[in-house]
Every structure is written in structure tokens, then in C-alpha cells.
Design a protein around this ligand. Structure first.
Ligand SMILES: O=C(O)[C@@H](CO)OP(=O)(O)O
Length: 247
């Protein structure tokens, strides 16, 4: 007896295509991203995976990906739950900045510390600046909990309550669960599931639009470490491209 969990990072967004730090900025999918969402729906359909429930972030790129993929898989009707706790990592003052220019300005070590270190957040964003989410009604209930920057450790801390209270109950009710989220919120989930060390998580990149399926045992331990991509060759190439962003 195993539980089935399918993770899906949103398709390419306009800002992925432009190589800009995105975080909580609510950018749409690019044309390529919409095509990736269609392809992920085809993969889900063709292997006979039938999600019973979908969990998404509050960001358009994840919501659109979920809608497109589920429509293609003929599962557009399943219940949906959304939470800010599945949002992308808040990228602080880097939101809206060009990755290549940031790499050139601050150097490789600082750039990679901000992008991939476990516990060093970028500088906090000022509330009155263009890419801040202060005043965004969808986060009004968060009050002081609303982040102005996050490292991966912070993402794990805000993600785990949702995992335990919303996703695990669906899994243990034997529902096939689809989670459509983001590069860094899914890194947080993978770190938790696979018990990846703080050091090793630095090297893990999640590609856009590639369904990653975990079968979990009764203790919610993956039967295959790292899960299984439905299109492993394309996923490996796409993950490599994410790792090399900015260069
Ligand atoms: O900009 C972002 O929000 C993320 C995901 O697109 O980028 P990175 O892979 O650099 O963490």
C-alpha cells in the first residue's frame, strides 16, 4: 500500500524567460510555459495518473499551470485548495532584478548564496517599492507573518504546517494528490520528503512543467528516493538549465 503524490513546478513564466528573480511577484506563464503545462497534463493523462485533489500556491503561474494540465488530463473538475504556504520563496530585494546582472555585480559566491544556500536570505524588500507585496489583498490576513524575504529554511518552516494539516490528510485518505507550486517551495518539500541534508539541497534544481511522482509508504517515506519524473530525460536537461541560470 503506497500513497501517490505528484509534484509539478509551474511552466516557464515571463520572468523565467527574461531571467529575472521572481519570488512573490505574480507574473503570468509565457507561451512556452503554457505549452509545458499542456505537456505535463499529457504525461499525467498518458501514465494513467488520476489526481483526486490539487493544491496550489496563490500565484498565477502555478494556478494557470494547474488549470491547463488538469484540463488536458480531463481532471479539471477535481477539488482545489490554495495556500500562500505553497508560494515561491520570497526573494526579498532581489525581486525584479536580472539574474545575470546580479551575478556580475555581486560575484558567483554571493549570487549562489542568495539563490541556493539553505539559511541565508537576500536583503529584505522595502514595503514601498515596486515589487513588494505589501498591500496585496491576498496576503492581508498574514499581518506580521507576511515575509519580506526568505531563505529555504524559512520556506520549509512556513510550508510544513500546510503539509501536515492539508496535504498529508488527503494522502492518508488514499487520494492521489497533485501539488502545483514553485522551484523553491518544491525544493523545500523534496528536502523534507527525502531527508536531504542542508548541504546537498544546494545542488537540487526542479525543472518547470515536469511532473515528479512520489510513492510514499505508510510512514510517508518515498519508496524511490527523489521520486520519478514522468519524462526523466527532459527533466534532467531542464534541471541543468535552471542550475545554470545567470551564466
Ligand atoms: O526567481 C525565482 O523566483 C526562482 C524561480 O524562478 O528562481 P531561482 O531558480 O533563481 O531560485
Amino acid at each position: 500500500m503506497t500513497y501517490t503524490l505528484c509534484l509539478l513546478r509551474h511552466g516557464e513564466s515571463d520572468w523565467n524567460a527574461k531571467n529575472l528573480f521572481t519570488g512573490w511577484v505574480d507574473v503570468p506563464l509565457s507561451e512556452k510555459g503554457r505549452a509545458e503545462a499542456v505537456y505535463s497534463g499529457e504525461l499525467i493523462r498518458d501514465v494513467g495518473l488520476r489526481p483526486d485533489v490539487v493544491h496550489t500556491s496563490l500565484l498565477r503561474r502555478a494556478i494557470s499551470t494547474s488549470n491547463i494540465a488538469l484540463d488536458v488530463a480531463d481532471r479539471h473538475w477535481i477539488p482545489v485548495r490554495r495556500s500562500w504556504r505553497l508560494n515561491e520563496r520570497h526573494y526579498g530585494a532581489l525581486q525584479g532584478k536580472d539574474k545575470k546582472a546580479t551575478l556580475q555585480e555581486f560575484g558567483e559566491e554571493q549570487f549562489m548564496t542568495w539563490r541556493r544556500s539553505y539559511d541565508v536570505p537576500p536583503p529584505a524588500i522595502e514595503p514601498d517599492t515596486q515589487f513588494s507585496q505589501a498591500g496585496d489583498v491576498r496576503y492581508a490576513d498574514l499581518g506580521d507573518e507576511a515575509p519580506r524575504t526568505e531563505c529555504l529554511k524559512d520556506v520549509i518552516a512556513r510550508f510544513l504546517p500546510y503539509w501536515n494539516d492539508a496535504i498529508v490528510p488527503d494522502l492518508t485518505a488514499n487520494k492521489t494528490v497533485l501539488v502545483v507550486a514553485h522551484g523553491n517551495s518544491l525544493r523545500a518539500l523534496v528536502k523534507h520528503l527525502d531527508n536531504v541534508s542542508d548541504g546537498d539541497i544546494v545542488g537540487l534544481n526542479i525543472p518547470t512543467g515536469m511532473p515528479l511522482v512520489y510513492r510514499l509508504d505508510e510512514n510517508l517515506v518515498p519508496t524511490v528516493a527523489g521520486g520519478e519524473y514522468l519524462d526523466p530525460h527532459a527533466a534532467a536537461a531542464a534541471a541543468e538549465a535552471v542550475a545554470n541560470q545567470g551564466r
